[in-house]
Design a protein. Sequence first.
Length: 156
Amino acid sequence: MKNPFYLVAFLLVPLYLDAQSQDSWSPEQSQVLAAMHRLSATTAPDGKGADEYAEVLAENFSRWTTGSSVINRKKEWVEGVRGWFDDGWRVIDRNQTVLEITIRADEAFTRRIVEETYLGPDKEKTISKAGLAETWVRSDGSWLLLRVNVDVLDSQ
């Protein structure tokens, strides 16, 4: 069985918005939030998994966890997601606080705090909380996740 913390925050994408009401987001910011939701939906109990997840990542996607010397690229990250998903892990609860969404031309910069509860194949549950700083890029009218920097937080 894989430890879900090795993939901490790969899924950290919203279902619940706490920092601002949805009415206060601009149409462009709402599009970024929709892309986050699309990514998130792939790892839910009825999600479509790694291939759908990969569609929301830019080709030159990278992910780094503060304190680690590893920078994950798209191909290896998606394979990790695939293994996690195939092992039977799912995200059963997500909560987030969106602190900021700044859009400049075809780039969006987001900062948020996300907490997720994972359910494993043997019904075990774990919780992960992280601060994320992300860069999204607009490509052919869709927002794709280009880069995410993750800072694991105490979930208590």
